[in-house]
Design a binder for this molecule. Structure first.
Ligand code: G3P
Ligand code: MG
Length: 355
């Protein structure tokens, strides 16, 4: 595996690290590249964190608290929820606007639970929303996974089950929280919602499109050695079979691919082009937010070693490192390239003169 390290030099003496997850620390559910050992090096003997770090992923689908527990188990170090920034984490900033409004959330995992945990009081998963409209997905009967299991409302968390029929209520916004699972259904239902002003099946004349938000816009993720973009900045190295056995060995389509599919269809059937906002890397907002979060992590974690006289512990870092595997979203302009996350941490600690 080839990883890039982006170095963003800013104005102060300490540093922090943001780790990409998929393709850097984990492939599927398996730790890769010596990631458990690499992360352990960021803690002191007492178990306190010496180097503030967090996870900056375009993935998601479960609340940050659960992802933190999952990462703690997989990587063998104690991770707290504030160290987990997922693609959908910035959706929290939209709470004031939609707190009590009907919103539809889609994607793998539990998108409505994610939104509910952020405080959105009327978040409904697209799956649940679609179930309120008979025949909205004309292909549903052919989908063995839905006809076999059915939609078991009683198994859904309480806060994702509409307490009443939402089919007559206007959807005020749509959130693509993570990679959609059933693209066909989602494109159909989202086109219905977005072209009819949030009321599918109703001809309301020219209604404005409800706002649409994407948690990320990566066309592909989990890059491998065939990625041509790396050629100018790295030396090719052979990947071992061990590195590629846990997941499919070529890029996978991401949320950005779904966005293109939805946009292409919508723009063919609607008089106005699709309007949307995408979060996730490489949106500069996401990196700024990561910096702010690292600053918040600093006072409780940082040892005195990093502090200067008069330092409250929450000022700017001199350097922020981003370790990622996707040149188009993680490490644009990467200055140093290594094979594994363990080597990346070695490089950073060496550069910062910490062994
Ligand atoms: O679905 C996961 C993908 O979008 C990328 O995740 O951790 O490589 O940013 P990551
Ligand atoms: Mg990645």
């Amino acid at each position: 595996m080839n990883l890039g390290i982006s170095v963003i030099t800013i104005h102060r003496s300490s540093f922090g690290i943001a780790f990409d997850i998929d393709g850097v620390l984990l492939r599927g559910k398996d730790p890769i590249g010596g990631s458990p050992q690499a992360l352990r090096r960021l803690y002191g003997d007492s178990g306190n964190l010496n180097v503030p770090f967090l996870f900056l992923t375009n993935g998601g689908g479960i609340p940050e608290s659960r992802r933190a527990n999952e990462l703690s188990e997989l990587l063998g170090v104690k991770i707290v929820p504030s160290q987990v920034l997922q693609g959908h984490s910035p959706f929290k900033t939209l709470l004031k606007r939609y707190e009590n409004q009907l919103i539809v959330a889609t994607g793998k995992g539990e998108p409505a639970v994610v939104m509910s945990e952020y405080g959105f009081k009327k978040a409904v998963s697209l799956e649940e929303y679609a179930s309120c409209f008979e025949n909205i997905d004309p292909l549903a009967q052919y989908k063995m996974w839905t006809t076999k299991q059915g939609l078991n409302r009683s198994s859904l968390p309480l806060n994702t089950v509409p307490r009443y029929d939402v089919s007559s209520e206007t959807v005020k916004a749509v959130f693509v929280v993570s990679d959609p699972v059933d693209w066909g259904r989602d494109i159909q239902v989202l086109c219905d919602v977005l072209r009819c002003g949030g009321l599918p099946g109703q001809d309301n004349g020219h209604q404005p499109q409800p706002p649409l938000y994407f948690a990320a816009d990566d066309l592909e993720y989990q890059d491998n050695l065939t990625n041509q973009l790396w050629k100018p900045v790295i030396l090719y190295r052979l990947i071992s079979l061990f590195d590629i056995q846990a997941a499919f060995p070529s890029n996978r389509l991401g949320t950005g691919a779904f966005r293109i599919a939805l946009e292409s269809v919508f723009n063919r059937i609607h008089y106005n082009p699709l309007e949307y906002v995408s979060f996730g890397k490489p949106n500069p907002f996401v990196f700024k937010n990561a910096e702010a979060m690292l600053k918040q992590l600093q006072p409780s974690y940082h040892s005195d070693y990093f502090k200067e006289p008069g330092d409250s512990g929450s000022q700017s870092f001199k350097t922020l490192y981003m370790i990622g595997d996707n040149p188009s979203v993680d490490v644009k302009g990467a200055q140093q390239v290594v094979d594994t996350v363990e080597e990346a941490v070695d490089y950073i600690l060496g550069r910062e003169c910490i062994s």
